[in-house]
Design a protein around this ligand. Structure first.
Ligand SMILES: [Zn+2]
Length: 422
């Protein structure tokens, strides 16, 4: 088995070792040394990276026999067992993991001691870490208290010691959980506060954790998952959020503290404006409908309509409103179609182009015999679009803006043909 220098000194950044084996793991060249300070993924803590024998170390694993395997991005030339090599770990990455891991021990101790919430699993991610607590829920006050308490323990700057004990000695310690190993057991102690069986790398004193910020609480599977940042990650989060608060404040030309009240006020104003706009839109649609109706030609029809009949004994007539509207949103088009539909003896064939998109609405008055839904489907299909609706009101789109005028002309021709047939 590999001598684990990281077990006795988490601050050792470089190693000189003798190559014991040159092998491969997952098609990657891998080196096994007599000793190493590279931490292999285990106990939830992610592996170190760095350089070994001039190559990049991309993964570090430990096998069941305690051999540490350093996976490299490429195999150095002529490397044989017995060769002495040197390596160096990526210290910022390792120190970050130490801050997260020691912070987690302290956080788990605080949750257990103050709230009786034991940690059942731990996750150290690239961005965020989390503990899953054996409790159905925690109030926001309890979360806030735990955050205060854990940071007070940090300021106490308690020593964190790592030592080995026998099974019998371990049985005498107030361990958080029964150790997963037997024989010699590695204990990480936060002085008189927490005793955990752990193989991870830890900072020397709680002060080095720097800061613990709880950033998320989720209820899952009847437990509570708390996400947190420690050390530099907590600082980076603070920097990010300060910048965000400043940006929000600048958008409203105020302090960030004033922004929530301002946003609430603006939301209320926005709702009122929308109501006013809708009312104005209705009035505009009524005027437009009246103007279009007045300009529209009267088309003779084979069958009479209740109000379109003018001096004809057999046939009747309708007002044919076939119109293309520029920069009219679909809601405006709908309002206009509804207004026209409410007038007697009207066929309304409308298309609007809004933000490059075409909306077509075909509608007719109750007293006109024409299937507007069928006409709309047929017309849009002709130009590669689609839509549908009832015989008196139908809507669709999907045709090119350049084809909108032709679409209306086509639909009008079809409608006139249909209406003239007895
Ligand atoms: Zn641990």
């Amino acid at each position: 088995m590999t001598v684990r220098l990281d077990y006795t000194n988490a601050y050792l950044t470089a190693v000189t070792g003798i190559v014991r084996q040159v092998t491969s793991v997952d098609d990657r060249p891998a080196l096994m040394l007599d000793q190493s300070c590279f931490y292999p993924t285990s106990g939830g803590q992610p592996h170190d990276t760095g350089k070994l024998a001039g190559q990049r170390v991309i993964d570090v694993r430990v096998d069941d026999d305690g051999h540490v395997l350093h996976m490299l991005d490429a195999l150095p030339a002529s490397l044989e067992p017995g060769t002495t090599v040197t390596g160096e770990i990526d210290w910022p990455r390792r120190y970050d993991h130490m801050q997260q891991h020691s912070g987690q021990h302290l956080l788990s101790a605080v949750f257990a001691d103050r709230l009786g919430a034991e940690t059942v699993s731990v996750h150290f991610g690239q961005e965020i870490s989390a503990v899953e607590l054996d409790t159905p829920r925690l109030t926001s006050e309890e979360i806030a208290q735990a955050e205060q308490a854990v940071n007070e323990r940090i300021w106490e700057n308690r020593p964190i010691r790592v030592y080995m004990v026998s099974d019998a000695e371990a049985a005498e310690l107030p361990l958080r959980r029964a150790p997963a190993v037997t024989g010699q057991i590695r204990i990480v102690e936060i002085e008189q506060l927490d005793y955990s069986a752990c193989g991870g790398t830890h900072v020397r004193r709680t002060g080095e954790i720097g800061l613990v910020k709880l950033v998320g609480v989720e209820n899952i599977r009847g437990r509570v998952r708390v996400s947190f940042f420690c050390g530099r990650r907590a600082l980076n989060d603070y920097v990010r959020k300060s910048r965000l608060a400043a940006e929000i404040g600048a958008l409203f030309s105020t302090d960030a503290e004033e922004a929530p009240a301002l946003i609430t006020r603006l939301q209320g104003e926005n709702k009122q404006l929308q109501r006013d706009l809708a009312a104005a839109g209705e009035r505009l649609a009524a005027q437009e409908a009246a103007a279009l109706y007045a300009q529209a030609p009267r088309i003779n029809t084979a069958s009479g309509t209740e109000s379109g009949t003018e001096g004809s004994t057999e046939g009747g007539s309708v007002k044919m409103v076939a119109h293309l509207l520029d920069s009219t949103p679909p809601a405006g088009l709908t309002a206009l179609a509804r207004q026209l539909q409410a007038l007697p003896g009207v066929v309304a064939l409308l298309a609007g182009v809004y933000q490059e998109k075409v909306t077509a609405i075909f509608a007719r008055s109750d007293d006109v015999t024409l299937d507007a839904g069928a006409l709309l489907r047929r017309s849009l299909q002709e130009f590669g679009g689609g839509g549908g609706g009832r015989p008196d009101f139908a809507q669709g789109g999907g045709v090119a803006a350049d084809d909108a005028a032709a679409l209306i002309a086509f639909a009008r021709e079809q409608a006139e043909k249909e209406l003239s047939q007895p």
